[in-house]
Design a protein around this ligand. Sequence first.
Ligand SMILES: CC(=O)N[C@H]1[C@@H](OP(=O)(O)OP(=O)(O)OC[C@H]2O[C@@H](n3ccc(=O)[nH]c3=O)[C@H](O)[C@@H]2O)O[C@H](CO)[C@@H](O)[C@@H]1O[C@H](C)C(=O)N[C@@H](C)C(=O)N[C@H](CCC(=O)O)C(=O)O
Ligand SMILES: Nc1ncnc2c1ncn2[C@@H]1O[C@H](COP(=O)(O)OP(=O)(O)OP(=O)(O)O)[C@@H](O)[C@H]1O
Ligand SMILES: N[C@H](CCC[C@H](N)C(=O)O)C(=O)O
Ligand SMILES: [Mg+2]
Length: 525
Amino acid sequence: MKLRDFIPHLDKPAVSGSLDTEITGLAYDSRNVGPGIAFVAIRGTHADGHAYIGKAIELGAAAIISEQAPAEDCTVPWVHVRHSRIALAQAAAALNGHPAKALTIAGVTGTNGKTTTAFLLHHLFNAAQMRSGLLGTVFYDLGGGEHVPATHTTPESLEIQGLLGSMRDNGCRACAMEVSSHALDQDRVFGLPFAAAIFTNLTQDHLDYHGTMEKYFEAKVRLFQITAESSSRSTLVINADDAWGRKLIQRFEHTGRVVRFGFGVGCDYRAVNVRYDLTGTTFELEAKGRSFLVRLPLIGDFNVYNALGALAAAQGVGLNLREAIKHLQNAPQVPGRMERVSENTRFQVFVDYAHTPDGIENAVRTARALRPSRLITVFGCGGDRDRGKRPKMAAAAEAGSDICVLTSDNPRTEDPVQILNDTKAGFARPQKHAVIVDRREAIQTALQHAREGDIVLIAGKGHEDYQDIQGKKHPFDDRKVARQYLHQLKAERAAEREEKAAEREAMRGGFNRPDRPDRPDRFDR
Ligand SMILES: CC(=O)N[C@H]1[C@@H](OP(=O)(O)OP(=O)(O)OC[C@H]2O[C@@H](n3ccc(=O)[nH]c3=O)[C@H](O)[C@@H]2O)O[C@H](CO)[C@@H](O)[C@@H]1O[C@H](C)C(=O)N[C@@H](C)C(=O)N[C@H](CCC(=O)O)C(=O)O
Ligand SMILES: Nc1ncnc2c1ncn2[C@@H]1O[C@H](COP(=O)(O)OP(=O)(O)OP(=O)(O)O)[C@@H](O)[C@H]1O
Ligand SMILES: N[C@H](CCC[C@H](N)C(=O)O)C(=O)O
Ligand SMILES: [Mg+2]
């Protein structure tokens, strides 16, 4: 593409240099610049990309897109824009041939439930023969049969546009994507024509980044602004049981495109008569004046919300509701979300991604609903993240569990012991719980102490396969660690049983077996 081809897609840019310059790619990091690449300078939380323009020119940048005007003696083509993040999103869309136009995109935002809801929608699209991509925390599915590891829940606009381009090239017609508050704040999804937006809920998280709940909420609101503006037929699917959800409804009620979901009276998609078992949930859906029986192979009342949101959005973008309900019963297990890792054991073990006070409260309540003899909860709090949530997570874990085992969860650059101390402060009865820095040891201790009928809930890391310590990702997967140890315990217990059986056999042989003269019966002596 020539530089001139980008210009109509940008907002009133001031251009200097040759418009015939060939641009083969874009980069927002100077370290990825080379000949043919236009460098887009963006301001970040740690650095200002404008400080790296010199570096980008040294590396052969074909052009610069910047919020600053060029120096008078600058010879490199220069595009001066008002917002370089927005320019990045616009230029990336143009470079990839506006792939979003070929896709029905549904965006999911909220503190908890984005991954699960996006998974459900992705499944519903595919089951309706509408090949779908997926962008989210666990992996990216580009419709080509293989999963791409996720770098972010919602990557930078340049990556998003490239990923959407691959989806389109692979024959996708839809995309279910998680939209994080960071992404909204940083314009990573600028210009995407969302056909539906879903709001799951809003509770405390990421205050290290947003500062206040109000600002965190305002970031979420942007998805609904973008969606409302994207087309006159877009659908705004909002959890009406959530207090912030109701505020959102108030803001967008005038558009006539709000669809409410929840358990409350007055919801357009309402769940009643919910029943749980070890493998899933059954409920009645009241929608459009009709009632449907829904079977969801996921446990937890929070997943009823996720299913309602997914069904409402699916219908909003034109899928048949009855068909969607039928397909929901075959929805996949979301990796690391209330994932049962125990089989044929005397107690149950679940791995879950709860890493907020609300997430912990929900996961613990779900485990409780399965009526364990005791609930043992292993959890920790991430380093370099919202510190205010730490004691609240401890209080939530303690409130629903019989015993907590507090441990590390990605300490990142913080001192793990300090994180444990911050968290422990939220326990009302700290003496009841164990604090074990090493996560493997913590999981093993919980499993070792589990008795028949107990549930061990291992929360916080879900699908993650690493433990981030001082910026280094050490391989660590809660599910593997638990399974390995369960096998070890099983083997040890089998060996113990064999040993006891052998002892009993030996005793019996010694006492009662006249055919063994070497082991005379005690009573014969
Ligand atoms: C807080 C945050 O969102 N940070 C993101 C942000 O980085 P930053 O603002 O710190 O960037 P910076 O280091 O200040 O640099 C500013 C600019 O200078 C450039 N630079 C920098 C150095 C250099 O030598 N040359 C150069 O050009 C950088 O590439 C960047 O463009 O922009 C980067 C590029 O897009 C992101 O990779 C980075 O994500 C970091 C890794 C991160 O951890 N983000 C998390 C918090 C995040 O986004 N999470 C949400 C999910 C949250 C949830 O829902 O739970 C997500 O969507 O994944
Ligand atoms: N609708 C919901 N309401 C409250 N809690 C939920 C809901 N759905 C899931 N959870 C809990 O939150 C955890 C995270 O769920 P999920 O991964 O779907 O959310 P997410 O919004 O994608 O999280 P993240 O922003 O970290 O990617 C789950 O493991 C579960 O414990
Ligand atoms: N998207 C969340 C994930 C948290 C997962 C948890 N394991 C942790 O590290 O705190 C974050 O980056 O804050
Ligand atoms: Mg997620």
